[in-house]
Design a protein around this ligand. Sequence first.
Ligand code: AMP
Ligand code: ZN
Length: 464
Amino acid sequence: MSGTNAQALPELKLYNTLTRTKEVFTPLDPAHVRMYVCGPTVYDFAHIGNARPVIVFDLLYRLLRHLYGANHVKYVRNITDVDDKINARAAAEHPGLDLNEAIAKVTFTTEAQFHDDLEALGVLHPDVEPRATEHIAEMRQLIEKLVASGHAYVAEDHVLFSVPSMPDYGKLSNRPLDDMLAGARVDVAPYKKDAMDFVLWKPSKPGEPGWPSPAGIAVPGRPGWHIECSAMSWKHLGETFDIHGGGIDLVFPHHENEVAQSRCAFHSGLMAKVWMHNGFLQVEGEKMSKSLGNFITIRQLLADWPGPVLRLNMLKTHYRQPIDWTVKGLEESAKTLEQWFDAAAPDAYPRPAPSVLEALADDLNTPKAIAEMHALRDHAGKKALAGTLAFLGFEPGPMEAWAAARVPVLTIAAEEVEARIHERIEARRNRDWAASDRIRDELLALGVALKDNKDGTTSWEPKR
Ligand code: AMP
Ligand code: ZN
């Protein structure tokens, strides 16, 4: 535990998909807490659904660093840069280029865009951000291990994982075998020994990127999707680590197959101790999809809203619940943040409020944490509120810039405003409330908001 923090630290509890219970979190090694989260496939601007795991696990990363010490936490979030969608985009966008160069262009550009988006959202850099294409050797090694121990086999230049070779396959997703079979039967290739077997390696088709194949296969090939995360988590976190995260859609087959690969390769009972999954995000009550035309990128949202508003809007809902992303919600989030920043008082030693930490330690209960932050605003917690905002990654700068940009151009000179205020004070002195209200409304129509102060004076500001 961190020795520098005088506050009593709460006990962390996390919901584990593997056991379907909320458990007290006990790291394998408290001096070396390790977390892996599945990152994006980089072929286009990330959508707001992709931002959910990134923001949720950024919050957990911040909490772990607070509880165990920043130097005792290692967070790995990968970049998937081998994918059919990337190849298609590269070929379409850079027809003149060599495919590998075109792919590099697409992936590096997309990755840079993603990083800019995340910076605006107040997301910290993970400690390592491995790219799949830089871990092909580790993938080959894992595949060799699996073949050598009879958990995988070669067929028609593919390597397949043999699901029947693992008696407790399916524990993570806990789906009935029939369900899994129904999913697997969608593409039963003739070379599979069992319908459930999945691809670890496949031959590259002409024009596709390819690497030397493992297991004595003579033709160049490329990895299946699941093996990359087993390889990258192994390389950077070891055979067994503490937390593995991602969106709920990844539980099956992606995470189930990662568990199968890693456990069988290392003859281990465990890949990650705790498996955490965020719920899905939908937009204005509808599933987000390109065909429905409600597919929103982080970049598009950042054109209208400051990053902290998007971040709070994401954290308002508990991470395991579905989120309905709405403009109304964004407006409320903006108002809340403005109130918090107005109330917060700078502190020379900023630190998060214990009440907020306690809420977060209970399986990242952000709705409770937000309620506690409202209480800080109302009571003697204004310094703690500032420390909490900083801890949670909410920066005032983007909010101020946004508010300033929203100030309308006044269509009335300041002297004129003062003159009208004077006129209104006169009217009020004469108890002519109708005239007073009329002047207030006329000024409002010109973009000027009046505020009557307790001491009898009236101040004004441009209407927001
Ligand atoms: P992808 O780039 O599709 O592999 O997704 C990257 C991450 O975003 C994964 O952890 C997904 O589970 C997550 N994700 C994708 N779409 C959504 C969504 N609509 N809501 C929440 N998470 C999502
Ligand atoms: Zn993954």
